[in-house]
Design a protein around this ligand. Structure first.
Ligand code: KIV
Length: 292
């Protein structure tokens, strides 16, 4: 029998609420979307998502880089702050950028604290068992941690490109072991990116904490997509796992084009869209020879 989905009206925007959400225990799947600024956060919040990820994908979808390696803790803190100032009704997850959690536990805690002070309620980091000491240090500092396994974009060079991971049985078993290690270290949820549906299902079944998939099939405890992909603001690459719910890039080009054409034809601004002097001031100006 299909599990009955619990209503999403239950407040789910806290770490404990997310940690306990498992589809196989009857919970509705978790919904996470990225956002990088206040308007994006307001849209995500009004749409009723459970979590907003201020992802390092900001590098590629907003800042124009070819990969996520170029952004810094300063960049992420700047974007987390913008999202937090919108006061969204969703858990704010701050993404730790590359090299902000690789050097030492102390460095990791200080960098994560920057995102928390900017308004995130938890942080996300990429990688398996080798991240356990950093995760334990963060949890010890009361900073909740979301893991991220599979296609981890910060490993783009090590992976030889953005490639689906864990396609061989041995690698799949390693992924399950990594996920268990992350859960044991204290992660409250784990993003699974770019892995076969069957592997994501194995990981999901092996964990008590929820998995949140992106390009990881239907068996995760939740799904995440990038804001610009959902809205069709990014139309250069459409990965297989993206479903577009709008074509805002097309609409935006048409709208800005209409504005340009109205300006060039003189149709904008109209009289109604202009400010005017009152009759007395217009008359005073005309005395000086100026036409109001
Ligand atoms: O930065 C990001 O957008 C992410 C998602 C792809 C999970 O990490």
């Amino acid at each position: 029998m299909a599990p009955s989905a619990r209503t999403t009206s239950v407040a789910r925007s806290t770490v404990p609420a997310v940690r306990s959400a498992k589809v196989n225990r009857g919970d509705a799947p978790l919904v996470m979307v990225t956002a990088y600024d206040a308007p994006g956060a307001r849209i995500a919040s009004e749409a009723g998502v459970d979590m907003i990820l201020v992802g390092d994908s900001v590098a590629m979808v907003v800042l124009g880089y070819d990969d996520t390696l170029q952004v810094t803790v300063d960049d992420l803190a700047h974007h987390v702050g913008a999202v937090a100032r919108a006061k969204p009704d969703a858990l704010i997850v701050g993404d730790l950028p590359w090299l902000s959690y690789h050097v030492s536990s102390e460095d990791t805690v200080r960098n994560a604290a920057r995102l928390i002070l900017a308004g995130a309620q938890c942080v996300k980091l990429e990688g398996g068992r080798k991240r356990v000491p950093m995760i334990e240090a963060l949890v010890d500092a009361e900073i909740p941690v979301m893991g991220h396994l599979g296609l981890t974009p910060q490993s783009v060079h090590a992976m030889g490109g953005f490639r689906v991971q864990a396609k061989e049985s041995e690698a799949a078993l390693q992924l399950v072991a990594d996920a268990k290690a992350l859960q044991h270290a204290g992660c409250f949820a784990i993003v699974l990116e770019g892995v076969p549906d069957e592997v994501a299902r194995m990981v999901t079944d092996a964990l008590d904490v929820p998995t949140i998939g992106i390009g990881a099939g239907r068996h995760c405890d939740g799904q995440v997509l990038v804001f610009h992909d959902v809205l069709g603001l990014e139309d250069r690459i459409v990965p297989k796992f993206v479903r577009r719910y709008a074509s805002l890039k097309e609409d935006a080009v048409a709208a800005v084009g209409a504005f340009a054409s109205d300006v060039r034809s003189g149709a904008f601004p109209s009289d109604d869209e202009s400010y005017h002097l009152n009759a007395e001031q217009a008359e005073a100006l005309s005395l000086y020879g100026a036409e109001a």
